[in-house]
Each structure stands twice: as C-alpha cells, then as structure tokens.
Design a protein around this ligand. Sequence first.
Ligand code: SAM
Ligand code: SF4
Length: 474
Amino acid sequence: MTNVRTDGQRKRVFIRTYGCQMNVYDSDRMADVLRPLGYALADGPEQADLVVLNSCHIREHASEKVYSELGRLRDAKVQRRTEGGDLTIAVAGCVAQAEGTEIVRRQPAVDIVVGPQAYHRLPELLAAAERKASIRRAGKRLPGAGVLDTDFPPESKFDHLPAPQGVRAGSAFLSIQEGCDKFCTFCVVPYTRGAEYSRPVSAVLAEARQLLAAGAIEITLLGQNVNAYHGEAPPDSKRGSTWSLARLIRALAEIDGVARIRYTTSHPRDMDDDLIAVHGEVPQLMPYLHLPVQSGSDRILEAMNRRHGRDLFLRLVDRLRSVQSELALSSDFIVGFPGESDADFDETMRLIDEVGFASAFSFKYSRRPGTPGSAMPDQVPEAVKAARLAALQALLAKQARAFNASKVGATVPVLFAEPGRKPGQIVGKTPWLQSVYADGDPRLIGRILDVRLTEGHANSLAGEIAGRLCEAAA
Ligand code: SAM
Ligand code: SF4
C-alpha cells in the first residue's frame, strides 16, 4: 500500500465512532496504527481516502445507523471512481464482529471488515484491499468482495499497538480490560468482545506514563467490566500474582502528574471492599461512579442474569457514600425487558427515588439476535416500553437538575476540554462529570481551573473562572 497519493498529498483517514468510550479508545488507537502508514486525520468523509466506521452493536438502532452511513459512503465511492479517484471503506467494532459476512453481503462497497480484537492488523488488511482494488482496476474478476478479519486472535492486540500519540485536552482513556464472562441475557458484549481479559499491570502503567508525557492529567480506566480487572502483577510485586482494580488505582495515583482518575463501566457484583475503600482514600479518584443497575425488580434482575439483587445495589450505594459523602452516582437502566410488569417497573422507579442519581443512561430493551432475552416469551409491546422510558427519564432528569442546582454557588475545579458553542466560551468537566460553560481563553483547554458555578440546568452548568490554577490536585 502506498503512503503517498499520486498527487503528492498525504493520505487521509476519517474515523467515525459509534457507541461507548471503549470505541473512542479503539478509534484513537486505530489512528495510531494508521499514522506510520502515512495517514493523517481528516475532518470528514469528504476529505478522506479511507473511512473507518467504528460500529456499535449493543442495540438494534446502533447497528442500523452503520448500514445507513454505508449507503451514503457507497454513493461517495461511486462518485469518486467516476472522477478517477477512489474511497476505501472499512467497518470496525462490534457490528463488524457480529455481522462480518452479512455486512459485505448487504453492502459490497465495503473493502475491509475488522473486529475489535484485530484492528492492529489494519496495515495487512489495507494492503490486501489494495491488491483487490488493483485487480479490479485491471478489469479482472474479483476474488469475492471485502477483506475480513473478525477472529479473536490468541495474542493480545495490545502487544502489537504503537504507543498512544497525542492526548485530547488533558484527558485520556486507557483500556485495561476487555470482554465479559457475565452473559447478561440482554447483552451482545460477551459475543462481540469475547472472553474477559485484563492487561498486565506493567503494560497499563507504562501506557499511563506515555499518556502523561503526551499531556494527560486525567486518566479514565476503561473496560466492559472494569472492576473485574485482575491484571498480571508486575515482576517486582511482593504480594499475589494478580492486581485488583483497587490496587491499580493506588499505583496510578502515585505517578507524578496524575490529577484525576476515573473508571468505567463497573458491575455491582465486582464492587469489592477494597475498591469501595479506595473511594475514600485516593484524592485523585473523582467522586463519581457509573454503576449500572438496569432494573429495580429482583424478578427482572434474575431474568437478566445480573447475579445481583436490588438490596445488594442499595447496600453498595450506602457503603460507597459512607466512605465518600460527595459521591455522585450514575447508572444504566433498561425498561421493557421481557416479562417486565407494571409492578416490576414501579420497583425500578422506587429504586431511583431511593438512590437519587446525578445522571443516568436509559434504554428501551432491544431484542438482540443470539442473546437469550431475544427468545424469551412475554416480549413487552413497543408502546409500553416507550411510556415507561418517558416516565423513567422524566424522573432521572428531575434528579439531574436537582443535583446540578445543588452545586450552584460553589467554586469547584473544572478540567476544560473544548471550545463552547458560543464565541469566547470554553467547556469543561467538574469532578462529578457535569459539563460547565464559562467565558475563557481557548488556551486554557487541557487545564484544571477553579470555577464559581452560577447557574444549573438540566444537562450542564454555567460558571465564571475564579482564576487560580490547580493542576496538581482536582
Ligand atoms: N458492563 C456494563 C454492565 O454490567 O451493566 C454494561 C455495558 S453495556 C455495553 C452498556 C449498557 O447498554 C448496559 O448497561 C445496558 O443498559 C445497555 N444495553 C445492553 N444491551 C441492551 C439491550 N439489548 N437493550 C437495551 N439496552 C441494552
Ligand atoms: Fe453486557 Fe455488562 Fe452484562 Fe457483560 S456485565 S453481559 S457487558 S451488561
């Protein structure tokens, strides 16, 4: 594959990311893999020679978005070819993993399909796609469309990825765990991301140091089940052959320059005593936790195979708040799981009332082929799901507004991340992950500043920069 276009320009790649933070991390790493091949990042598909759709398969709506985008890209590719150019189209991520051959059948314009565990092989896949393209240009018959790599390779992709380059605005994601062995009956993750795997501690700490050197001051540790982390201990470790997430967080906090630590997404079953204790001990660990509960009904939690009940969740919340009184909680909820009655739904609403969430994500149950939930009887009608979701979201929005309002008048450290929508405005995050808008110089992006919060809204706050820089502690 040549790195330089025939017109002498560098090649450009546009990566569109769907879904979770793990996909954001993977997209950044794909850019790192492509950079040595001469690919610079493009701002949109129009300027790109290669478009990668990093897809999400978690709900039906998420996968369908990929197919609509592929239709638009096919038209762009046809247009390019009439003008003597070309466009390479790649589908990565969980739709690629789950529907590899189906993607190429539904959209033959796709050149490459690469699963989430194989994107370190993009250079070979691009070379193979280029070979196919030259056969087509020579007017010969093609040996089948698309190049597929959706194996779960025995070696870890992490061993083959280059060091991360560049950090966006002081904040970086660091994937420490992948896959899942829990098999909740609604979820595709164990099938698309494979078995649970934890990266060795020394690899994680080395990547953290690289991210800090590249400008990070906040690190968010990522995993589908991040608190199930049990990475191989470093060679000089005195105790045990593996480290837990709690131990990893303590070690990360010791590294110079780490101002903020977060982790996501956690499972209630893996919230052990030590991890709870860390919330009260490590000042850089932000007082915010995303802890998905899905439902407040024990009957539904059991049908979901969540392996925890309502009480365990409520006890965890109490214990976490007893070590960190400032803790803001966020969660995921699914309404309309098969068999969910009005009484089950009321249990969820009661749980929300009891806990009081600062923010949350909520979804209508989406039937995913191949998961046990999709074959269960008593599927809930769409209209019932929609009505329940509206009621649940109204309650969660009321709680989010109340949480934001409770911070008005306080001066809090904000890590500025990007320009705001209005000229002269910048936007950042509080320790509780609330968005804050303030007037400020864009050169302050990537730094932590004290901000006096002046107005609270449903999804954000407004504030005034109070001046003092406080990069060392959040
Ligand atoms: N590992 C996390 C946990 O244990 O809850 C969740 C990770 S999952 C990628 C993110 C969220 O998507 C889930 O918490 C769930 O609320 C939602 N989700 C997953 N499958 C779904 C489905 N079939 N329908 C609706 N929402 C779904
Ligand atoms: Fe999916 Fe999370 Fe359940 Fe694993 S624990 S199956 S990722 S919802």
